[in-house]
Design a protein around this ligand. Structure first.
Ligand SMILES: [Zn+2]
Length: 283
């Protein structure tokens, strides 16, 4: 389990119990190593850019808050998981509101390698908010990841795709399924019920710690296999040029709650909204 930093999370009185539920996060040393690799790849493969400088000067006392900085992403992930647990777990356990987990590849967000500059990252956040509003979700935490899909045996260039993952409270998985069936193509999304026991892991899946690519290959038996890997050095600058211009907050969206004094709190009216749902949705 990740070592708990002293003093950093003292604003959460239940921190010891929460920390014991934290899924395996990458270590701080790993995140620093990834940042070094990121900077090296940019220096080697990209034109000099003032935005890269802030990555090198990112420190605990003055974080760069770049949406691509592995050290800041790690800090945000642990914050999102711990604060999400503190906010949502009591609702699921004591009040027994239903929860669901989903993931979907956004249908209009496909970009050939070399064309990721066409993406409007901030519009993804707006799409997420719109999606949850459309589905009538009272409380939700959603994260976005840009990933590269590569074919090892093909000369065709890879494709960047945007995957959105979320934890939703106060709605059933079947409700989300029916909405998604109408909105998205089959096999581009998944949705399922979420148990309190699995909440920490689900929150950990909202934002990926690294820069991911999926490689499709055919094994000796002729079966198609997809393996998850990290971006190669030459692939990093295109992603960094895209995400590195934004702050961390572009990677997630909150519905029905907000950050306040370092923790998540429900927006006014959400408790009542959930209360009205509870009688029909108690498991
Ligand atoms: Zn940083």
């Amino acid at each position: 389990m990740t070592a708990k930093p002293t003093g950093m999370w003292d604003f959460l009185p239940e921190i010891d119990a929460l920390w014991s539920r934290l899924p395996a996060l990458e270590s701080r040393a790993e995140s620093h190593y990834r940042r070094r690799k990121l900077i090296d790849a940019l220096m080697y493969f990209a034109e000099p850019d003032p935005d890269w400088g802030k990555l090198g000067s990112c420190r605990n006392a003055s974080p760069c808050n770049s949406a691509i900085c592995p050290v800041c992403v790690r800090r945000m992930r642990s914050s999102l998981i711990l604060s999400g647990l503190a906010c949502i777990d009591p609702l699921m356990k004591e009040l027994q509101w239903e929860a669901a987990e989903f993931s979907v590849f956004l249908p209009d967000a496909h970009y050939r390698v070399g064309r990721l500059d066409r993406i409007d990252v901030s519009s993804i956040k707006a799409q997420l908010e719109c999606l949850l509003e459309l589905a009538g979700v009272p409380l939700g935490l959603v994260g976005a990841n840009i990933m590269l899909f590569d074919k090892r045996s093909s000369r065709k260039q890879g494709v960047w795709k945007v995957q959105v993952s979320g934890v939703l409270v106060g709605v059933s998985a079947s409700h989300i399924e029916s909405k998604f069936q109408a909105l998205f193509a089959p096999r581009t999304w998944t949705a399922g019920p979420l148990r309190s026991l699995d909440l920490a892991e689900a929150l950990g899946r909202l934002i990926k710690p690294g820069l991911t690519r999926f490689v499709t290959c055919i094994n000796r038996e002729g079966h198609r296999r997809v393996r998850e890997r990290q971006l190669q050095a030459a692939q990093i600058p295109e992603m960094a040029l895209c995400l590195g211009r934004y702050e961390l907050s572009v990677r997630y969206s909150l519905t029905g709650c907000r950050w306040h004094n370092g923790r998540l709190e429900l927006m006014p009216g959400v408790q009542d909204q959930l209360q009205n749902l509870a009688p029909t949705q108690i498991r």
